[in-house]
Design a protein around this ligand. Structure first.
Ligand code: DQA
Length: 147
Protein backbone atom coordinates (compact mmCIF):
# COMPACT_ATOMS: atom_id res chain seq x y z
CA UNK A 1 0.00 0.00 0.00
CA UNK A 2 1.50 3.40 -0.95
CA UNK A 3 1.86 6.08 1.70
CA UNK A 4 -0.94 8.64 1.42
CA UNK A 5 -0.20 12.38 1.70
CA UNK A 6 -3.04 14.87 2.15
CA UNK A 7 -2.24 18.25 0.54
CA UNK A 8 -4.77 20.73 1.91
CA UNK A 9 -5.24 24.31 0.74
CA UNK A 10 -7.16 27.08 2.45
CA UNK A 11 -9.11 30.15 1.38
CA UNK A 12 -8.48 32.05 -1.85
CA UNK A 13 -5.90 29.55 -3.09
CA UNK A 14 -8.46 28.55 -5.75
CA UNK A 15 -7.49 31.91 -7.30
CA UNK A 16 -3.79 31.11 -7.48
CA UNK A 17 -2.42 32.37 -10.79
CA UNK A 18 -5.10 35.08 -11.01
CA UNK A 19 -4.80 36.56 -7.55
CA UNK A 20 -2.02 39.15 -6.91
CA UNK A 21 0.40 37.40 -9.31
CA UNK A 22 3.20 39.75 -8.25
CA UNK A 23 3.02 38.02 -4.84
CA UNK A 24 1.79 34.52 -5.66
CA UNK A 25 3.06 33.99 -9.21
CA UNK A 26 1.31 32.72 -12.32
CA UNK A 27 0.88 29.01 -11.58
CA UNK A 28 -2.70 27.93 -10.91
CA UNK A 29 -3.72 25.49 -8.20
CA UNK A 30 -4.43 22.93 -10.96
CA UNK A 31 -0.78 23.36 -12.05
CA UNK A 32 0.30 22.76 -8.45
CA UNK A 33 -1.84 19.62 -8.24
CA UNK A 34 -0.38 18.30 -11.53
CA UNK A 35 3.19 18.97 -10.34
CA UNK A 36 2.47 17.26 -7.02
CA UNK A 37 0.89 14.21 -8.70
CA UNK A 38 3.95 13.82 -10.96
CA UNK A 39 6.36 14.08 -8.04
CA UNK A 40 4.28 11.79 -5.85
CA UNK A 41 4.30 9.17 -8.63
CA UNK A 42 8.10 9.41 -8.80
CA UNK A 43 8.33 8.83 -5.06
CA UNK A 44 5.71 6.09 -4.81
CA UNK A 45 3.34 8.32 -2.83
CA UNK A 46 -0.39 8.71 -3.27
CA UNK A 47 -1.80 12.19 -2.81
CA UNK A 48 -5.18 13.61 -1.92
CA UNK A 49 -5.20 17.25 -3.08
CA UNK A 50 -7.99 19.60 -1.93
CA UNK A 51 -8.87 23.28 -1.54
CA UNK A 52 -11.62 24.97 0.43
CA UNK A 53 -12.61 28.46 1.46
CA UNK A 54 -14.27 27.12 4.62
CA UNK A 55 -12.46 26.70 7.95
CA UNK A 56 -14.74 23.88 9.11
CA UNK A 57 -14.03 21.91 5.93
CA UNK A 58 -10.27 22.16 6.48
CA UNK A 59 -10.84 20.86 10.03
CA UNK A 60 -12.98 17.98 8.75
CA UNK A 61 -10.28 17.06 6.22
CA UNK A 62 -7.54 17.18 8.86
CA UNK A 63 -9.65 14.82 11.00
CA UNK A 64 -10.04 12.56 7.96
CA UNK A 65 -6.29 12.70 7.30
CA UNK A 66 -5.73 11.67 10.93
CA UNK A 67 -7.24 8.30 9.98
CA UNK A 68 -6.26 8.01 6.31
CA UNK A 69 -2.91 9.78 5.77
CA UNK A 70 0.71 9.09 6.59
CA UNK A 71 1.56 12.81 6.20
CA UNK A 72 -0.11 16.20 5.77
CA UNK A 73 1.06 19.18 3.71
CA UNK A 74 -1.06 22.22 4.45
CA UNK A 75 -1.25 25.77 3.17
CA UNK A 76 -3.88 27.15 5.54
CA UNK A 77 -3.63 30.56 3.80
CA UNK A 78 -5.17 33.34 5.94
CA UNK A 79 -6.34 30.81 8.57
CA UNK A 80 -2.67 30.28 9.45
CA UNK A 81 -2.78 33.64 11.19
CA UNK A 82 -6.17 33.28 12.90
CA UNK A 83 -7.19 29.69 13.54
CA UNK A 84 -6.57 27.99 16.86
CA UNK A 85 -9.18 25.43 15.69
CA UNK A 86 -6.97 24.33 12.79
CA UNK A 87 -3.97 24.11 15.13
CA UNK A 88 -6.06 21.99 17.55
CA UNK A 89 -7.10 19.68 14.69
CA UNK A 90 -3.47 19.25 13.59
CA UNK A 91 -2.46 18.59 17.19
CA UNK A 92 -4.66 15.47 17.11
CA UNK A 93 -2.53 14.07 14.26
CA UNK A 94 0.62 12.10 14.94
CA UNK A 95 1.88 12.03 11.32
CA UNK A 96 4.39 14.51 9.88
CA UNK A 97 2.88 17.92 9.07
CA UNK A 98 4.53 20.44 6.75
CA UNK A 99 3.19 23.98 6.43
CA UNK A 100 3.66 25.66 3.05
CA UNK A 101 3.26 29.30 2.06
CA UNK A 102 3.81 30.39 -1.52
CA UNK A 103 4.93 33.85 -0.40
CA UNK A 104 7.44 34.72 2.31
CA UNK A 105 5.00 35.60 5.08
CA UNK A 106 7.85 37.03 7.18
CA UNK A 107 8.68 39.67 4.58
CA UNK A 108 5.06 40.86 4.41
CA UNK A 109 2.62 42.66 6.75
CA UNK A 110 3.27 42.03 10.45
CA UNK A 111 -0.09 40.25 10.90
CA UNK A 112 1.24 37.49 8.62
CA UNK A 113 4.39 36.92 10.66
CA UNK A 114 2.69 34.66 13.21
CA UNK A 115 1.17 31.32 12.22
CA UNK A 116 -0.75 29.18 14.72
CA UNK A 117 -0.11 26.18 12.48
CA UNK A 118 3.66 26.60 12.85
CA UNK A 119 3.30 25.56 16.51
CA UNK A 120 2.53 22.04 15.25
CA UNK A 121 4.29 21.90 11.89
CA UNK A 122 7.39 19.72 11.67
CA UNK A 123 8.67 22.06 8.94
CA UNK A 124 7.61 25.37 7.42
CA UNK A 125 8.38 26.36 3.84
CA UNK A 126 7.67 29.97 2.84
CA UNK A 127 8.72 32.12 -0.08
CA UNK A 128 9.66 29.35 -2.54
CA UNK A 129 6.62 29.95 -4.72
CA UNK A 130 4.67 26.85 -5.74
CA UNK A 131 7.94 24.90 -5.65
CA UNK A 132 7.40 24.92 -1.88
CA UNK A 133 4.79 22.15 -2.31
CA UNK A 134 7.34 20.00 -4.14
CA UNK A 135 10.01 20.66 -1.51
CA UNK A 136 7.49 19.60 1.12
CA UNK A 137 6.69 16.39 -0.77
CA UNK A 138 10.41 15.63 -1.11
CA UNK A 139 10.83 16.07 2.63
CA UNK A 140 7.79 13.87 3.35
CA UNK A 141 9.27 11.20 1.12
CA UNK A 142 12.53 11.33 3.11
CA UNK A 143 10.67 11.21 6.44
CA UNK A 144 8.45 8.29 5.39
CA UNK A 145 11.37 6.26 4.07
CA UNK A 146 12.46 5.92 7.66
CA UNK A 147 9.09 4.40 8.66
C1 DQA B 1 -0.32 32.36 1.94
C2 DQA B 1 0.10 33.52 2.82
C3 DQA B 1 -1.05 34.00 3.69
O1 DQA B 1 -0.65 35.08 4.50
C4 DQA B 1 -2.21 34.46 2.82
O2 DQA B 1 -3.31 34.82 3.63
C5 DQA B 1 -2.59 33.49 1.78
C6 DQA B 1 -1.56 32.68 1.11
C7 DQA B 1 0.80 31.94 0.96
O3 DQA B 1 0.69 30.86 0.39
O4 DQA B 1 1.73 32.72 0.72
O5 DQA B 1 -3.76 33.40 1.40
O6 DQA B 1 -0.60 31.24 2.77
Amino acid sequence: MPNVVYILNGPNLNLLGKREPEIYGHHTLDDVRDLCVAMADDHGLQIVFRQTNAEHELIDWIQEAREEAQAIIINPAAYSHTSVAILDALNTCTCPVIEVHVSNIHARESFRHHSYVSHRADAVIAGCGVEGYLLALKRISTLLQGT
